[in-house]
Design a binder for this molecule. Structure first.
Ligand SMILES: NC(=O)c1ccc[n+]([C@@H]2O[C@H](COP(=O)([O-])OP(=O)(O)OC[C@H]3O[C@@H](n4cnc5c(N)ncnc54)[C@H](OP(=O)(O)O)[C@@H]3O)[C@@H](O)[C@H]2O)c1
Length: 325
């Protein structure tokens, strides 16, 4: 059965992708970085499974800026498929830490491409690109041919990495794919992302643990989808030949306000009594008009989303209620 190597295995997407690949019979190897805490909560259920951990799921220490270790892990695992998901994934935070965001996002992708370029049998390579490469696009919806106009350090770093993937595909014949994914969410989303923050607050208010939710601009609009659908798209995109780039999106925009209303409706509360505007959370430069056209992924990969926005926010809010006991 095939072997996959995942960078960013402990993240939202890495954990769902691991489950999907294990279900499909893959042996899965993941790269983890050294941290002071050993808790890898999104994979905890897999560590507890004696049929899986260290039988079909293996972890290796490496950091994205440590080329020699990355090379050693890639050589020893010799994966058939390499999913490069690791990076600093928070767009707003990229204004606070632009240099490390670019180091981790742009240069690590180039570093891995350079390593696999030298291999006699390079793995198929998936790069987690982002809709933020479009930034402030002149056309809407965006597809694989839409020009990049990033407006954040994160978007610029992803644009560099995405174009490098195209260069290595065309120049060296590497089977390399960019998944240009629009925002995707789940109960495993990082706690400082707005959808998770809203669902968590609605649940905490319902439980009487807090009384209000502070947000910046609730009119900001995004194309939000369900993360497990997107990891399926990642896998499908690597199975397709010839390699290409794919926009993974729902094709529908919703506002932060819609997230608020759907989350508070789930817990049967009136959002007007709990929402406060806080200027500290207003983004410096906010990408606008981002909505994806997933037509190519539908046609070539048969990719479809399985649930809509309201159902996604309902599931996320219910998961928060459960977390809070
Ligand atoms: N989710 C979205 O809506 C979305 C949309 C477009 C693109 N993307 C991109 O897709 C990828 C996966 O997203 P996600 O939502 O799963 O992100 P996430 O939950 O933040 O996970 C990021 C992963 O990268 C790892 N990582 C960060 N810095 C590292 C380093 N220096 N060395 C090794 N590993 C490192 C993290 O490890 P730790 O657990 O140790 O922190 C974590 O496993 C990211 O590249 C993101 O930018 C995501």
């Amino acid at each position: 059965m095939p072997t996959a190597l995942i960078t960013g295995i402990t993240g939202q997407d890495g954990s769902y992708l691991t489950e999907l690949l294990l279900e499909k019979g893959y042996t899965v190897h993941g790269i983890v970085r050294r941290t002071s805490l050993l808790e890898r909560s999104r994979l905890r259920h897999l560590f507890a499974d004696p049929e899986v951990y260290e039988k079909r799921l293996f972890l290796h220490y490496a950091d994205l800026d440590d080329a020699t270790t990355l090379r050693r892990v890639i050589l020893s695992v010799a994966p058939d498929e390499l999913y490069h998901l690791a990076g600093q994934s928070h767009v707003g935070l990229s204004f606070e830490i632009p240099e490390s965001t670019c180091q981790l996002t742009s240069l690590s992708t180039l570093r891995i491409l350079e390593i696999i370029r030298d291999l006699a049998n390079p793995p198929r390579f998936y790069h987690a690109s982002s809709s933020e490469v479009f930034g402030s696009p002149k056309e809407s919806p965006q597809n694989e041919d839409t020009p990049f106009r990033p407006v954040t350090p994160y978007g610029y770093a992803k644009a560099f990495a995405t174009q490098m993937v195209g260069i290595y595909r065309n120049s060296f014949g590497i089977h390399a794919v960019n998944g240009i994914t629009f925002n995707h969410e789940s109960p495993r989303r990082g706690e400082n992302f707005v959808t998770r923050k809203v669902c968590r607050a609605a649940a905490a208010i319902k439980k009487g643990l807090t009384s209000h939710l502070s947000l910046g601009d609730t009119s900001a609009r995004r194309d939000w989808g369900w993360a497990p659908d997107y990891v399926k798209g990642m896998w499908l995109s690597l199975q397709h030949s010839p390699a290409g780039d794919y926009v993974l999106a729902t094709g529908r925009q919703h506002s932060v306000q819609d997230v608020v209303e759907a989350a508070f409706a789930t817990v049967d509360l009136d959002w007007r009594q709990h929402l406060k505007r806080d200027e500290r959370f207003v983004r410096k430069a906010d990408p606008c008009n981002l909505v994806g056209d997933p037509g190519k992924a539908r046609r070539e990969l048969g990719w479809e989303v399985s649930i809509d926005f309201e159902e996604m926010i309902r599931r996320m809010t219910e998961a928060e209620l459960e977390n809070l006991g």
